[in-house]
Ligand binder design. Structure first.
Ligand SMILES: Nc1ncnc2c1ncn2[C@@H]1O[C@H](COP(=O)(O)OP(=O)(O)OP(=O)(O)O)[C@@H](O)[C@H]1O
Ligand SMILES: [Mg+2]
Length: 510
């Protein structure tokens, strides 16, 4: 049976903090769609145009955001933790899910517009999320996709997508020979730093990826680098006082000054970002911003050395995280045979240097595109899910739990049942007693996270149990078992023998 990969494709979307990208499976490999305007990535920025009641997404939203910062939202992925967050754009409020929906819609519309009306009917889409995303963040992402009328084939973790892009590149280069190797995905994007150590095993009939360890920082990326460069410009150009909003201003003047400051911040961040990107190809960048504040211009040089000095605290942090993650994988740095650079910020010279120093220059892989490989990998996964990938070998992905899983015990205390970084499938159990006399019903709240207190962790779901025999406190033995499947679904089994109760509930944890 032939599949029409052009008109009825399966797609992969990298919904990034700063940039998003969309690819399709073309029958032989992944292929990234150029978007309206010709670029292959879309700034994940949404602008609400109050006058025309219209939403602008991408480069145009960035531009309008410089003029009216109150109507633009940047980095919504960092807000996906809280679905109820109110994002105010002009006179309207939106949730992070609404904003993500707009970005997804824009990607789909740009692609759909390449075809005559009605011809483009994708069969399904895989959307990527960071490895550390908890169940509810994945669900929020899925909801945004569903609201954008997308048939979601799966939610895939970004490093696994990058690993699949690497696999297809090996296939393309006829390098899928039988072997075992340790490789590492180093993803430094706009908002997040992630590293994942994989063991890849290729036999005659199987390609197996095993996640050995993961590490990272969900608040470390290009946006932070832009920020320190912005602060440097402010210092160098003596702009500090211009940011002060005096207490004695009337309402109108206060509003005017607040907007002026917001605009200046956006312009400085944007100029800092451009300089930073230029410095991955050059040794000096010129920064010029006319009228950053009334009557004030920015006009200065930023050298690569100076930028590297500004970024040094981040580089040290990244080096420590690499060290710790390698240690957890049970491997040594010299056992890592390939390092795959992912994410726009991995192109910084200082990052290339760091990886070369750590692993050796020849280990840093240059054959996957750092800005596109996550979307590519998502489309490969979509092809696997839809039975379109013909590679002659089965593909197996062995993951680990990214967070500890447990239940709430007395007064908000988190009791861990499955530790973080456990190889899935895995299971664990614990016996609990009732804390009051004659309790016949229980709500067992399941959480994931690393804190000892449930309030700092995130709720995965609740199992309601009724029909317990009336007994004094602590007398019943309530056994709670967690079984995590390799698809990261946890089955929560609650048993009480004397009352003859066994309840099973399934929850998705990633
Ligand atoms: N040549 C370059 N040199 C340095 N930084 C760059 C370069 N190109 C892009 N960047 C930076 O990379 C970041 C965007 O990277 P990317 O598109 O991988 O992030 P993302 O996928 O949106 O973020 P995340 O993966 O954290 O969700 C931006 O901060 C951008 O300034
Ligand atoms: Mg990314």
């Amino acid at each position: 049976m032939s599949v029409d990969n052009a008109h009825r494709p399966v797609l992969g979307i990298d919904l990034g903090t700063t940039f998003s990208c969309i690819a399709r499976w073309d029958g032989k490999g992944p292929s990234v769609y150029p978007l309206a305007g010709g670029k292959r990535t879309l700034p994940s920025v949404v602008y609400y145009d109050e006058k025309n009641k219209d939403y602008l997404v991408g480069d145009i939203a960035v531009k309008w955001g410089l003029i009216n910062p109150e109507n633009a939202v940047f980095g919504v992925k960092r807000m996906m933790d809280n679905k109820n967050e109110q994002i105010k754009l002009g006179d309207q409020t939106f949730s992070p899910v609404d904003i993500s929906q707009k970005i997804l819609e824009k990607l789909m519309t740009d692609v759909r517009n390449k075809f005559p009306e009605g011809v483009f009917k994708p069969e399904g889409v895989v959307v990527t999320v960071p490895y550390y995303f908890k169940a509810h963040q994945c669900r929020n992402t899925e909801e945004a996709a569903q609201n954008a009328n997308i048939n979601v084939l799966g939610i895939l973790q970004e490093p696994i997508a990058a690993a699949l892009a690497y696999m297809m590149q090996l296939e393309h280069d006829n390098q899928l020979a039988n072997r075992s190797e340790t490789f590492l995905v180093f993803d430094l994007g706009g908002g997040t730093f992630d590293i994942t150590v994989f063991e890849l095993t290729i036999t005659d009939d199987l390609i197996r990826f095993e996640v050995l360890s993961t590490g990272g920082d969900d608040r470390l990326g290009g946006l932070d680098f832009d920020n320190v460069i912005k602060d440097h410009i402010v210092k160098e150009q003596n702009l500090g006082d211009d940011f002060v909003i005096p207490d004695n201003l009337g309402e109108d003047d206060n509003k005017k000054k607040t907007t002026e400051v917001k605009k200046a911040v956006q312009s400085l961040l944007e100029a800092g970002k451009i300089a930073k990107e230029e410095l991955s190809a050059m040794d000096t960048a010129f920064i010029a911003i006319p009228h950053v504040f009334p009557g004030k211009n920015v006009d200065m040089e930023l050298s690569l050395d100076k930028m590297n000095e500004l970024l040094d605290p981040y580089v040290k942090k990244i080096r420590d995280i690499i060290d710790a993650t390698i240690a957890r994988s049970g491997k040594r740095a010299d056992e890592v045979s390939i390092v795959i650079k992912v994410g726009g910020s991995s192109q910084l010279k200082v990052m290339h240097q760091l990886l070369s120093d750590f692993f050796g220059e020849s280990k840093v892989y240059g054959d996957v595109n750092p800005c596109e490989c996550v979307a590519q990998g998502a489309s490969i996964y979509a092809a696997i899910q839809d039975g379109r990938l013909e590679i002659g070998k089965e593909i197996e992905i062995q993951t680990r739990t990214s967070h500890a899983l447990g239940v709430e015990v007395e007064d908000g205390i988190f009791h861990e049942i499955i530790p973080a970084n456990s190889e899935a499938p895995c299971d664990g159990w614990e016996i609990f007693g009732t804390d009051g006399d004659n309790v016949t019903e229980l709500e067992i709240d399941v959480y994931q996270g690393s804190s000892a207190f449930v309030k700092d962790n995130s709720k995965v779901g609740t199992v309601h149990v009724s029909g317990l025999l009336q007994r004094p406190a602590g007398e019943l033995d309530i056994k709670v078992t967690f079984k995590v499947s390799d698809q990261q679904i946890v089955s929560v089994i609650v048993e009480e023998e004397e009352s003859g109760i066994k309840k099973v509930e399934k929850m998705q944890v990633a």
